[in-house]
Design a protein around this ligand. Structure first.
Ligand code: ZN
Length: 202
């Protein structure tokens, strides 16, 4: 465990500075330490490649339906969906795509809801451009992924340290989410795979 920790310590502080080699190491680490199996990784990735509900969520909104004759909305949305690049407009990923406004609803209100004003953006890029997430972007990852990234690569030995790292990496959510994520440390400690200091709050 000590050597693994030392390796991550030599990696760039911010995950956004990690190269493919660093990520490859992390994936191999998760496999080698039996946290996940290749099959599970593949299954998760395949699930997130599927653009599920990208079109159907749009077509189900009344503001979009109002532009079309009854039951014709899906046809227009489907065509829009097929015409897209299949990649996030901001970061280029094919994972976790969502339909997102080009000119935001904050500016146009309901008038923003027409297919010509939609593009594909990944879940992370969609979230971090909202004003409420102005601290987003310090970490490349979605918040839920960043919590585990901190746990596995920084290996905080107390909950307090974990909490501070989460805040440092720009996560603004309620601390109950950090406490929830800290369960992973507790579970792994019970298996002898994680060290939690005695002065840890949890
Ligand atoms: Zn993106």
């Amino acid at each position: 465990m000590a050597t693994e920790f030392d390796v991550f310590k030599s990696f760039p502080e911010k995950d956004s500075d990690w190269t493919e080699e660093h990520w490859k190491y992390l994936v191999e680490y998760l496999i080698d330490t039996d946290m996940v199996k290749y099959k599970e990784l593949a299954s998760l990735v395949l699930g997130h490649l599927n653009p599920s509900q990208v079109g159907t969520s749009v077509a189900s909104k009344k503001t979009f339906q109002s532009h079309y004759p009854p039951r014709k909305c899906w046809e227009a949305v489907r065509q829009w969906h097929f015409d897209q690049t299949g990649k996030c407009a901001d970061c280029g990923t094919r994972l976790e795509l969502q339909a997102d406004h080009i000119i935001p609803r904050e500016e146009l209100g309901d008038d923003a809801d027409y297919v010509g004003n939609l593009t594909l953006r990944c879940r992370r890029c969609n979230v971090i451009k909202r004003p409420s997430h102005k601290h987003g972007g310090k970490t490349y990852l979605t918040a839920e992924a960043a919590l585990m990234w901190i746990l596995f690569t920084k290996k905080p030995s107390t909950y307090q340290e974990f909490y501070h790292l989460c805040r440092e990496y720009g996560m603004t959510m309620a601390s109950v989410r950090f406490e929830e994520a800290w369960a992973m440390a507790k579970w792994l400690e019970r298996e002898g795979r994680y060290s939690i200091d005695k002065d840890s709050k949890y």
